[in-house]
Each structure stands twice: as structure tokens, then as C-alpha cells.
Design a protein around this ligand. Structure first.
Ligand code: F0G
Length: 482
């Protein structure tokens, strides 16, 4: 995918795979999309999949697997203890990351639970580039705090900084001095920083952070859930690594960190998760938790089929043609939107395309959930389901007032190898139409508001009849078209 030049000069993301199994999807007429959105309380999490045309909610556990992954699933060795499947997976992980021990867990947040239980003490602080929702929740549950030291560029929507996920070394040093080494449970680097738009962390930055942690005696944890995209960006954006192969880069990350954990729902295009370390003491402490929370040490809550798929998926992650597909599609999507004036996060990252709802819906008060309203409007206009990443995803302050999010994003995730270029073009085209008609989008207010994780289960309603007006304008402009 990376080195094919078109005679036309056009920059076309060319797939290095072919599709041999398909699933039928439905595009409902706009009147039905509107009815489904209302029924779902204007919350894309509550939509039934049968109403969705292109599901861009997440890339978690919904990536297309390869024929070799499916084939391996048929040869799984099913056993509670001592399964050959586990040892195959363990050997692959040891080989890829160069780490000694592997502990299996049923998904990424399960690893976070175990790491938090072992390392976070009440009042201690975990320093990180940026939190992920489940990471922060587990640290808070153990009475710990989170301190974020991402570079200022990370919050800028328009940027040319290639590694917006980097930790700011000055902020890190200051935080260590202010908090005190004895009060820091660990430093955490999140590859492909999810909540700031899938933005990568450079190897140079990992090296610098590792140097500081080793000097201070602080444990360095690396969340590799979004490693695949991050590896691609290291290769293409970090000059020193242009000729270094993917496995050597992965091994270097293993050498520089103490603990690596991941969600295999993302990394390896499978399901499940796991934790790696070469430190015997850390391993022994975390090992005790696995049978308690996950399952026996040779399956950790995963089915043997999941482990086989992960084993092959991880090996395939070492292939640039495999890992380039998502970031190149994200870029094609973002470029198309940008060319049509739609504000998106730049440079485009991994995971998905991120639209700036702060600007798209600047006419809506932020307390009426700009990104949430945009997610609902995009679904009504196109049948494309995205995810709100803004004020709705925050929890209210203790006095009941809204905690306004710094960024209001609509995330349109690109699951690996699932969508075609024409589907991306369709999504971009409908969103460009919506942008022209953005004044028609109105606000949302809660009808039913859960106290925790309200973005998952909360039901909202429109503050006016804007959704009906939007649907009517669509009919006027598109005639009989779906
Ligand atoms: N860390 C990161 C960076 C993630 O993106 C996720 C999940 C997790 C940990 C937790 O892993 O879902 O297997 O328990 N992100 C998903 C998403 C949910 O949609 O972005 P998990």
C-alpha cells in the first residue's frame, strides 16, 4: 500500500488484500433513520445495528480478520490448563516484544484492573500522556490520581506536529519533582493516544521518558492497544526509523518499558488482551490476580479460538502492508473532508477520522452537547454511526454543573479492512452536505441521565424540532435518494 504510485498522480489508498467474505448492510430512508435516532434517545450507543449503514462507532473487536486467523481458530487446543494454544501465543509475544513473561486477560480494561490493583495505592499518582476512560476509572477506583503531561500541541485541532501524543518532558520532570517519586505509582505511555484523536508517540519520546523513569526508579507502563497505527507512524514520520523494520521497533519499545499491556480487540485484530513484563517481581504480583479476576494462567478469560486469532494477528501486525491500511484510510477520509471545508483534527492519526464539533456546531451552546448533536445529525443524514468524544463523555461536577470538555470531537472509527474507499467517500460526501446545512443542527438535553458513564446509557431529546427540519431539507436536496 505504501509504495504504489499512480500514473494519474492521484493519491489513492490501494488495498493489499482482497475481500472473500461479506456482510450485507442496510441503508434506511432518512425518515426511518430519524425515527431510529429518536428511539435511541439521540445516543448513537443505543442504536440497533440493523439501523446502521456504516458502523464507525469503534474499531474495538470489529476488525476484519485474515484467512490465516480463521484457519488458526480451527486448530485451537482446548484445555483449561496447559493448552498448546497458549504456549504458541506466549512464544509469539515473547518474540515480538522481547519480554520474558506474558499474562493473559479477557480484554484491555481487565489488564488495567490488574495493573491498578497491584501498583496503585490510595493517594498515589499515575503520570501519563493522556488518560483513556477505562484506565482513569481503574486508577480512581484504587484511590489513585491521574496527572496528564501531554504536549500542548496535543490539544490543538490544527497542527503539523507529527507526534501529538508525546509526553512533554518538561511537564514530566516538573510533575515528578512536585509529586515526589515515592508518591508516583507509575508513568504510563499510551500509544496512538485515543482521546486526542489517535495521535502517535515517537520512539525518541519513549526513549527520553524511559531514561527519566530508570534514573528515578519509576515503573514505566506502555499501553499498546493502539500500537499498530503508532508503529506505522514511527516508520513514516520519524526519519531515524524509516529503514528499521517493524519488529525491531516493537522490540525497542519492549526494551525501554517495564510493563506492556494491550487490548487485542484492537492490536492483532482479534479479541482478548494481555500483560507483558521481564521483571520477575512485577510478574509474580500480577500473576496472583489472573486466576482471581480472569481465569487460569493459560487462558485468562479468553477462548482458545480468540488466542489463536490473536497469535496470528500479532504476527501479521509486523507487516507494514497490514498496519498501513487504517492510517492511510483515515488520511483519505480526513483529506476529503478538509478539501470540502469540514474542520477535522490534523495531522490525521490512527483509529479514525475526528471531526471538530466545536467549530462544526459553534452555534450550539456547549452545554447542549455539540459533539453529541453532531453524532446524531451525521447518523440522520447518512446512516453512519460515530461516537461523541466531548462534554457528554464527561461526568458532571459535584455541584451538578457541567464539566465542559476541552475538545468536542465526533470520532468516526475505521475498523481495520472493513470499509471500501467508496463507502468512505459516501460518508465524507454526506458530512460535507451536513456542513453546508450545519445551521439546521440544534442542541440536545438529557431525558434520562445516569450518574456514571452517562454517554453509554443516557437518553436525550432535541431542544427543538431541528431533526425533522434537517430530514426535510435532505429530502428537498436529494429527492428520492436514500
Ligand atoms: N486502552 C486504550 C488506548 C483503548 O483504546 C482501549 C479501548 C482500552 C485501553 C480498553 O480496552 O476495550 O479491550 O477493554 N478502546 C475502545 C474504543 C473501547 O472504542 O476506543 P478494552
Amino acid at each position: 500500500m505504501s509504495n504504489v504510485t499512480f500514473f494519474s498522480g492521484e493519491n489513492v489508498p490501494l488495498e493489499m488484500h482482497k475481500v472473500r467474505m461479506v456482510q450485507k448492510i442496510n441503508l434506511l430512508p432518512i425518515e426511518e433513520r430519524l425515527a431510529c435516532m429518536k428511539e435511541a434517545g439521540f445516543n448513537t450507543f443505543l442504536l440497533k445495528n440493523r439501523a446502521v449503514f456504516l458502523d464507525m462507532l469503534t474499531d474495538s473487536g470489529v476488525n476484519a480478520m485474515s484467512e490465516n486467523q480463521y484457519a488458526a481458530m480451527m486448530q485451537a487446543d482446548d484445555s483449561y490448563a496447559g493448552s498448546e494454544t497458549f504456549f504458541r501465543l506466549e512464544a509469539t509475544l515473547q518474540d515480538i516484544f522481547g519480554m520474558k513473561h506474558f499474562l493473559p486477560a479477557h480484554q484491555g480494561r481487565a489488564c488495567e484492573n490488574i495493573i491498578a490493583k497491584v501498583f496503585v495505592t490510595p493517594g498515589s499518582t499515575a503520570i501519563m500522556n493522556y488518560h483513556f476512560t477505562t484506565t482513569k476509572a481503574h486508577i480512581h477506583l484504587m484511590g489513585g490520581k491521574v496527572e496528564e503531561v501531554i504536549g500542548d500541541e496535543g490539544f490543538k485541532i490544527d497542527s503539523t506536529e507529527p507526534f501529538k501524543g508525546n509526553l512533554d518532558i518538561n511537564k514530566l520532570n516538573n510533575a515528578i519533582e512536585r509529586i515526589g517519586v515515592e508518591n508516583i505509582c507509575f508513568v504510563r505511555i499510551e500509544a496512538g493516544t485515543n482521546l486526542v484523536g489517535g495521535q502517535p508517540v515517537s520512539m525518541q519520546n519513549v526513549r527520553e521518558v524511559s531514561h527519566i523513569c530508570r534514573r528515578e526508579g519509576i515503573t514505566l507502563v506502555y499501553d499498546a492497544s493502539l500500537l499498530a497505527d503508532n508503529l506505522y507512524f514511527i516508520k513514516v514520520r520519524e526519519a531515524a526509523y524509516a529503514d528499521v523494520d517493524i519488529k525491531a521497533i516493537t522490540r525497542e519499545i519492549g526494551e525501554l518499558t517495564d510493563i506492556i499491556y494491550f487490548s487485542a480487540r484492537k492490536l492483532g485484530a482479534a479479541r482478548g488482551g494481555g500483560i507483558l513484563t521481564s521483571n520477575d517481581e512485577m510478574f509474580n504480583k500480577m500473576r496472583e490476580m489472573i486466576p482471581l479476576y480472569e481465569g487460569f494462567l493459560t487462558y485468562g478469560g479468553m477462548s482458545v479460538r480468540e488466542m489463536e486469532a490473536m497469535n496470528v494477528g500479532l504476527q501479521e501486525t509486523m507487516d507494514i502492508n497490514v498496519i498501513s491500511q487504517t492510517p492511510i484510510f483515515v488520511k483519505a477520509f480526513a483529506d476529503e473532508l478538509q478539501a470540502r471545508g469540514v474542520p477535522v483534527v490534523t495531522p490525521s492519526g490512527g483509529l479514525g477520522c475526528h471531526i471538530d464539533a466545536q467549530r462544526f456546531c459553534s452555534h450550539i451552546p456547549q452545554t447542549q452537547y455539540r459533539a453529541g448533536a453532531l453524532a446524531a445529525a451525521v447518523f440522520i443524514a447518512s446512516g453512519v454511526r460515530g461516537m461523541e468524544r466531548g462534554t457528554m463523555s464527561e461526568q458532571r461536577n459535584d455541584d451538578g454543573t457541567e464539566r465542559l470538555s476541552e475538545v468536542e470531537l465526533l470520532r468516526l472509527a475505521i475498523p481495520k479492512r472493513v470499509f471500501t474507499l467508496s463507502q468512505i467517500k459516501y460518508a465524507a460526501d454526506r458530512i460535507a452536505w451536513l456542513y453546508e446545512n450545519r445551521e439546521l443542527i440544534g442542541g440536545l438535553e438529557f431525558d434520562e441521565e445516569p450518574k456514571v458513564l452517562r454517554f453509554f446509557f443516557g437518553r436525550l431529546k432535541a431542544t427543538s424540532d431541528w431533526a425533522e427540519k434537517l430530514a426535510a431539507k435532505f429530502r428537498k436536496d436529494f429527492g428520492e435518494s436514500l
